[in-house]
Design a protein around this ligand. Sequence first.
Ligand code: NAD
Length: 331
Amino acid sequence: MEIAIFSSTPYERRYLDEANANGHHRLNFFEVPLTAESAGLAVGYPAVCIFVNDRADAQVLEALQQGGTRLVALRCTGFNNVDLEAAARLGMNVVRVVDYSPNSVAEHAVALLLAINRKIHRAYNRTRDSNYSLDGLIGFDLTGKTVAVVGTGKIGRVFAKIMLGFGCEVIGYDPVPSREFEALGTRYAAPGEIGERADVISLHCPLTPATHHIINAETLSRAKPGALLINTSRGALIDTKAVIEALKTGQLGGVAIDVYEQEANLFFRDLSSVVIADDLIQRLVSFPNVIVTGHQAFLTREALTTICERTLQSATAFEQGQTLENEIKAP
Ligand code: NAD
């Protein structure tokens, strides 16, 4: 089947080509993201393959459908960028990749936590400039601290397990509690207790209307002063302006994020020679106690291999009229 791959990068292309070593599908790579303007590139393609910041809203889906596209294959887990109701109305199938490597994302969340707590980003810069001063580099022992996991699904549970290994007390919040999470030796807590007790809050829930800006001025005002906030899930879980205020007052002791509300305008490209118009990201990266990575939590060899293999398996299943295991539908 002919598949139009949007937002393609050289490193992903290698893994997609490997997953398609038998040449079953014809993959055409477009570096541009899928938008209303670029949707025309997919005319004649029965399937398009998209990533986290491609836009598959009603307008784009209508254009794709008119061009003959029937399958939208997300090569990621989150699907907040797809209008599922429009897809259903247009008779299009939407698939995603789940459980490709919860370890990749959870381990990146831990890497961010360790780096922001022990100021590794600052130490790295200093020693490259022969500055071996330790001023301002004091962190805290993780052992004995309380870590809150918001969203105790696959990634949240791996993160919790690692934090338990550090000797932390792990508490969780999820409207759909999981026995597997509690069996690790954790417990669920109400949002109020999370605010009061958590030294670290790590977000692992999907972006939905209910979770949009769950970290906001009001919830931050109830956070333990000096708490660290980690977000490897989706940018719009956080009201960035409120987080900037909480950093300025010291209510938050540090923030480490792999995702950002307006990342579609920034991430996955080199903008080092460009004047950035987004004042919020510029303010964020100016704090000494903020680390931003550009949506790379999934970026391990293992995750890329599985993502690409499963995406093409879904395309084959669609082509052969089989049940689509990882299909997503409007609720
Ligand atoms: P999952 O479906 O296994 O778990 C998500 C959990 O969040 C579920 O248990 C769900 O009940 C819970 N949840 C839903 N609404 C909630 C709310 N209001 N408050 C708290 N919890 C809530 O998903 P997963 O595989 O663990 O992935 C989690 C998220 O991680 C994805 O939705 C995606 O946005 C993000 N992600 C990021 C990257 C990256 O590279 N940064 C990669 C993969 C996934």
